[in-house]
Design a protein around this ligand. Structure first.
Ligand code: ADP
Ligand code: MG
Length: 305
C-alpha cells in the first residue's frame, strides 16, 4: 500500500537516511526499531511529507505522494515524537484545533472528540488544562489528536517515551485495537521489547539503513544457532564441569558457568551428558536469543536505549 523507494536524506555532515526501501502492507502493524539517531523520525517526517528526500520517492496505492498532495495527507495521521499540545488549553480545546485542520464539521467533530477521549480514558479530565496532565495522559491525547480525521495509516513516532507502565499498556491496547479494526500502523521505537511485543513485522534501522526486516520469528532465525548455556556453579557442578568441555568453551561468570557451544553442538547429546553426570536440569539455563542478540550479531555493537 505504501512503498518507500530508495530514500536518501542528508543533513549537513550526516547522512540520516542512506537508501531506505520498504513496503508497508494494508492493515499491518509495522515496527521501525533503531537506536537514537538511526533515522526513524527523519523517515517518518518524509513519509508524512514534512521533509523532502534528496533521492527516492514514496507511493501510496501506486501514486507518488507528491502528486496526491492533500488527498494523501487526509489518509494519514501522525503522532509526533515531541508532544504537540497547547499546555494552557484543555483537552477539548486542543482537539478542536487539531480537528479544524481537517475541515471536520463542528457537530461531527464534537462527537468524535468525546468518543476518542473516552476510548483513551481521558473523558473525565477533558476540561483540565494540559499543563496539569501527567506524561502518560499527554501521550494519550497526542495520539487521539492524530485520529480525529479517521486516517487509514497511523504513524506513531516513539509514542511511549516518558510514560508510566500503566499508560504504556493502555496505549498498546488502544493501538492493537485500532489495528484489529483495520488501521495500518507504523510504529517507531528504540525499545526492543515494544517491537517484539507489538509489531507483526519489524524493520531494524541503523545509521539510516534497514539492516534486517521480517517477522520476529524470521529475525530471530537469522541469529546463528550458536547456543549459550549457563550452568549454576556450586559444590556439585564444580566436580563435574570438566566433563562438559567437549561441548564448547566454558568460562566462569560469578555464580555461573557460561558454556558457548561448539558449532556441532547437539542439545540432545548435552542433555544425555547431564543425565550421565547426575546434573539436574534445574541447574541449567539455555539462553534465548532476542532482537538484542541479533543487533549485536549484525553490527558488533550493543543496542542501547
Ligand atoms: N533537522 C536536522 N538537522 C540536522 N541533523 C539532523 C536533523 N534531524 C535529524 N538529524 C540527524 O539525523 C540523524 C537521524 O536523526 P533522527 O531521524 O532524528 O533519528 P531517530 O529518530 O532514529 O532518533 C541524526 O544523526 C540526527 O542528529
Ligand atoms: Mg526520533
Amino acid at each position: 500500500m505504501l512503498k518507500i523507494n530508495d530514500i536518501v536524506k542528508e543533513f549537513p555532515g550526516v547522512k540520516a537516511l542512506d537508501g531506505i526501501t520498504l513496503e508497508i502492507q494494508d492493515k499491518e502493524f509495522f515496527g521501525l526499531l533503531g537506536p537514537n539517531g538511526a533515522g526513524k523520525s527523519t523517515l517518518i517526517n518524509i513519509i508524512v511529507g514534512y521533509l523532502q528526500a534528496d533521492k527516492g520517492n514514496i507511493t501510496y496505492k501506486g501514486k507518488d505522494i507528491k502528486e496526491l498532495g492533500i488527498s494523501y495527507k487526509k489518509r494519514i495521521g501522525l503522532v509526533p515524537q515531541t508532544i504537540a499540545l497547547y499546555e494552557d488549553l484543555n483537552a477539548i480545546d486542543n482537539l478542536k484545533i487539531f480537528g479544524s485542520l481537517f475541515d471536520i464539521p463542528k457537530k461531527e467533530l464534537k462527537n468524535i472528540i468525546e468518543e476518542k477521549l473516552s476510548a483513551v480514558g481521558l473523558y473525565e479530565r477533558r476540561k483540565d488544562l494540559i499543563k496539569n496532565y501527567s506524561g502518560g495522559m499527554k501521550r494519550r491525547l497526542n495520539i487521539i489528536a492524530a485520529l480525529l480525521h479517521n486516517p487509514d495509516i497511523l504513524l506513531c513516532d516513539e509514542p511511549t517515551v516518558g510514560v508510566d507502565p500503566q499508560s504504556r499498556n493502555a496505549i498498546f491496547n488502544y493501538l492493537n485495537d485500532l489495528n484489529e479494526k483495520g488501521m495500518t500502523i507504523i510504529y517507531t521505537t528504540h525499545y526492543m521489547e515494544e517491537a517484539e511485543k507489538l509489531c507483526k513485522r519489524i524493520g531494524i534501522i541503523d545509521y539510516g539503513k534497514i539492516i534486517a526486516l521480517g517477522t520476529l520469528d524470521e529475525l530471530l532465525s537469522l541469529i546463528p544457532p550458536n547456543k549459550l548455556i549457563y550452568i549454576a556453579r556450586n559444590n556439585f557442578t564444580e566436580t563435574k564441569i570438566e566433563n562438559f568441555n567437549k561441548f564448547g568453551t566454558i568460562t566462569t561468570e560469578n555464580c555461573k558457568y557460561k558454556l558457548e557451544a561448539n558449532h556441532n553442538f547437539k542439545l540432545s547429546e548435552f542433555f544425555k551428558a547431564l543425565e550421565e553426570n547426575g546434573v539436574s536440569e534445574r541447574f541449567i539455563e539455555i539462553y534465548k536469543p532476542n532482537l538484542e542478540t541479533l543487533f549485536l550479531n549484525l553490527t558488533g555493537r550493543i543496542f542501547r536505549d
